[in-house]
Design a protein around this ligand. Structure first.
Ligand SMILES: [Zn+2]
Ligand SMILES: [Zn+2]
Length: 199
């Protein structure tokens, strides 16, 4: 594994800036990998790891960078729970470690580094200096990653009879005995609606 400084340099380049979230995300991912005994997540161990992230903030980019888990490889899973937390799952054993960043470290940061001018600088220093214990809470968990959720899984594509769009791996829902894509089956859950001004 690269040093934390090397990882932070790469995180900064990928994310666009160095911030408290990058440092926290790098630390969180390194701890998760260490607990799972994964030493080469982007090389020899790249097929062993799936990561669930629970927030769409800066730290998420750093977690993806360190673990090598990406949305496009089906190895990064996003659960929009608004929590600074992530679960690192070893597919070889089915065991996962869920790590939550403790809010207390923010308070600690301003107490420890009052001489640093901004809250962000105080946090960046704290996220470098504090121990894993002070920064995180961890819990061993089991995660059932279904076949269609696994990186590399392949299965048939089905055409939705209502919209005509193709859908991967059974992401369909039944309505009145017919199977439709999720958007057609549950239009109330769509994130989009037709733009009527374009009609
Ligand atoms: Zn950032
Ligand atoms: Zn459809």
């Amino acid at each position: 594994m690269e040093s934390i400084d090397e990882l932070l340099r790469r995180a900064e380049a990928a994310h666009g800036h160095l911030c408290a979230g990058q440092i926290l995300g790098v630390r969180m991912a390194l701890l998760g990998l260490e607990r799972l005994g994964i030493t080469d997540p982007r090389g020899a161990d790249r097929k062993r790891l799936v990561t669930y992230v629970e927030i769409d903030r800066c730290a998420t980019d750093a977690i993806g960078l360190v673990t090598g888990c990406r949305l496009g490889k089906r190895a990064l899973k996003f659960r929009d729970w608004g929590k600074m937390a992530a679960t690192f799952v070893d597919l070889a054993s089915g065991r996962g470690i869920r790590i939550v960043a403790l809010d207390g470290s923010r308070m600690l940061a301003s107490r420890l580094y009052p001489h640093l001018e901004t809250e962000s600088r105080q946090q960046m220093q704290a996220y470098r200096d504090l121990s894993d214990n002070e920064l995180f809470r961890e819990q061993w968990v089991r995660v059932a990653v279904g076949p269609a959720e696994l990186p590399g899984y392949k299965a048939e594509r089905v055409v939705c009879p209502r919209c005509g769009e193709s859908v991967n791996f059974g992401r369909l829902a039944e309505v009145d005995g017919e199977r439709f894509c999720l958007s057609c089956a549950r239009p109330e859950l769509r994130y989009w609606e037709p733009d009527k001004s374009e009609l």
